[in-house]
Every structure is written in structure tokens, then in C-alpha cells.
Write a new protein. Structure first.
Length: 369
């Protein structure tokens, strides 16, 4: 039985924990910036394939005090690396240090690498390790002189689903879009419109969730190449995930006033396997007859950070608020502008702090009509 850590965007730890608990994972605990759970190789594969809101799945190997380089070296060397890293396999090292005596990350990387090398050279009775085989990314964190050591089972982060070969300037991270869909509790039974679809991330994540299309069912993972046990676990879990998919038309409209955004959304949706499951329209959000519509709106309008300037964003928010007056549509709007509610003309029923990359945002939720 292993312990795993799922790093996540700040503000979505509870969503990731709920995902894991709903899927039957054991010993789930949410902490700042991460969620822990326990399981075997099969559970490792299942988490990587099914998680929508987490960033990656790390196999947690150790937690020890490290105030000196000797303590760091010995703490790492005593770990049974040969149980994970075969002879000739690669093991790069990366990590970070915060509020710790050992503050130099390059020096810590060098010490950790040396400790693993010394352990494996002794076990494999060799003077040279080739490192031309499967990749075992070692990660470390040093916080307040406590060192945690992990192996990254994921590889490319989980938000890289594989369907966005091209994206627009203000695109949301896929894991953040999936978090918005979860917060809105949309399951495909009522109308959904994304009037600023951009590269289609919100619409695609909503469609995949409603149709039970696992985000990792068709991508590769580092741990799938570690050994036969992990390889079999990933193959079986992918097969099970694909068998549970649905394919049907959803009451979902992706629209944007920019024809290139709508084209991009179509192409990305097709790669994501949901291209024919939604409708598309080239339409200005301000021209939509909101009073005649019902259901849910999820929107990522320009913030005045990457697109438009702040004055233009303010004018857009004001015009959007006026066009939505009297509508029964539930609204979930993400913005980095702290004055959004003032410009929009209505206080949100609830706000949720989220991060779009390094940009601090709020999700403004209007669910009382």
C-alpha cells in the first residue's frame, strides 16, 4: 500500500478530495495545495486517469528532518530506490525549498541525486548508471526544514489532456475549467452556454464530465513504463474508463463573437471526443436573448490582464450585467478584477477564490436567478 499526494491549484483542494472520495479512494485527506490518499498500483493508475481537478499524482516515499546536507543525504540514501528504479532507468531530480536552512535548490538536487546514485550503484554492483531507460522523476520539497521525497507517476501534468494543440491568449487551464463545472454542479440535464468560449476549455470539460469521459483515458503516464505491474494497472484502468463513456448530444452551446475562437473550439472538441455533442455559434455575448433562456452560463470573459485593457473589461462587465438583467439563467463568471461585482451591477450569491495559473481570480456565482 502506497501513499499518494495530489498537488492542486489553491482553492480546489476540497473538490479534488470530493472527486477521490466519490470514486472510492481510501484515506483521503485535504491539505493546503494538495490532497493525500492511499492505494496500490491500480489506484495510482485510476487516479491519474480519472482526476479532473488535480495537477498530478505523486508517490510519497519519505518525510524526514533535514537541516544539514548530511541529514538530507542519509535520509535519501536509506530509501529502497531499487524497488522503484531499475538498472539503467532515468531518475532526474527537481524540487523547491521554503523557509529552510538548506535553501539552495541546485545544491539540494545535487545531494539527492548523489544519494540515489550511491544506493543504486551499491545494489546493482556497478560503477556507472546509464539512465537511458524509463523515467522516474524524483521530486522533493523542503519546508521549515522538513523534507518530503516523491516519485512523479504522472509525467506531463494532468491539465495537459491532449486536446488543445492550439489555444487563444486567455485560455483557462483545463483543471480550473473542470473545477468551475464541478462548482456549478452541471451534469448535462439543463441548458449550458459558454458565451466567451475562446479555445473551448469550459465547454469541453463540461461535456466530458457529463458523458463520463475520463480526462486521462487516452494519454500516456510515466508510471505506465516503470514495470509490468504498473503497466498492467494503467492498461486495465484505461480500458475500464473507456468502457464507461457515453456519447450523446448535450444541451450545450459554445459561442464567441470571434469566428477563430469558435473554429478553435470545434477543433479542440473534436480531439476531445465531444465535437458532435454540443452546438456552436458565432455570436456576441451581448446579443444573446438572455431573458428567453434558462439553465446555466459559465463564462471566462476578458480580465483586462491578457486581453483588452482594464477600461474595456469594465465596459464589457457593465454591458453584460445589463443584458442579463431579468434573466433566470444561473451564472458562474470567473474574473481577476476585484471590482467585477460593482461593474456587473449585482452582488454575487457566493464567491470562490481560485487561481488561473498565477493570476488570482474569483468565481462569482449567481444561482438565485
Amino acid at each position: 500500500m502506497f501513499q499518494f499526494s495530489v498537488p492542486c491549484l489553491m482553492g480546489v483542494e476540497g473538490l479534488v478530495a470530493d472527486e477521490l472520495r466519490f470514486q472510492g479512494f481510501q484515506q483521503v485527506t485535504a491539505e493546503n495545495g494538495r490532497v493525500l490518499f492511499s492505494g496500490d498500483e491500480s489506484e495510482c493508475a485510476r487516479a491519474n486517469i480519472l482526476l479532473r481537478c488535480g495537477e498530478r499524482v505523486l508517490l510519497r516515499l519519505a518525510d524526514f528532518s533535514a537541516r544539514t546536507f548530511d541529514q538530507l543525504f542519509e535520509g535519501v540514501r536509506r530509501l529502497p530506490w531499487e524497488e522503484y528504479i531499475g538498472e539503467g532507468e532515468a531518475f532526474p531530480v527537481k524540487g523547491f525549498s521554503l523557509q529552510s536552512t538548506l535553501h539552495s535548490v541546485p545544491d539540494c538536487q545535487r545531494i539527492i541525486k548523489k544519494a540515489v546514485v550511491e544506493r543504486l550503484k551499491t545494489v546493482y554492483r556497478t560503477d556507472w548508471l546509464k539512465e537511458d531507460g524509463a523515467k522516474h522523476q524524483i521530486q522533493f520539497s523542503l519546508m521549515s526544514d522538513r523534507c518530503e521525497i516523491y516519485l512523479d507517476t504522472t509525467g506531463a501534468p494532468l491539465f495537459k489532456r491532449g486536446y488543445k494543440l492550439e489555444q487563444n491568449e486567455a485560455s483557462l487551464r483545463e483543471t480550473l475549467a473542470a473545477s468551475i463545472v464541478k462548482l456549478a454542479r452541471w451534469r448535462g440535464r439543463e441548458d449550458l452556454i459558454d458565451p466567451f468560449c475562446g479555445s473551448g476549455t469550459i465547454a469541453i470539460e463540461a461535456a466530458q464530465a457529463a458523458l463520463h469521459i475520463a480526462p486521462g483515458a487516452r494519454r500516456d503516464f510515466d508510471a505506465a513504463h516503470w514495470n509490468d505491474v504498473f503497466a498492467k494497472a494503467f492498461a486495465l484502468q484505461k480500458e475500464a474508463a473507456i468502457a464507461g463513456e457515453k456519447h450523446e448530444k448535450l444541451p450545450l452551446l459554445a459561442s464567441d463573437k470571434d469566428p477563430n475562437c469558435v473554429r478553435l473550439t470545434r477543433e479542440n472538441a473534436a480531439r476531445a471526443g465531444v465535437g458532435d455533442c454540443m452546438d456552436y455559434a458565432v455570436q456576441d455575448a451581448l446579443d444573446i436573448p438572455w431573458k428567453t433562456r434558462s439553465g446555466v452560463m459559465m463564462a471566462n470573459p476578458p480580465y483586462g490582464v491578457r486581453m483588452l485593457d482594464q477600461q474595456q473589461a469594465k465596459e464589457l462587465y457593465t454591458a453584460l450585467g445589463k443584458s442579463l438583467q431579468g434573466s433566470s439563467v444561473k451564472k458562474y463568471i470567473i474574473s481577476s478584477d476585484d471590482r467585477f461585482e460593482e461593474d456587473f451591477g449585482q452582488r454575487a450569491d457566493k464567491r470562490r477564490k481560485l487561481y488561473n495559473g498565477m493570476i488570482k481570480c474569483n468565481l462569482y456565482m449567481y444561482y438565485k436567478g
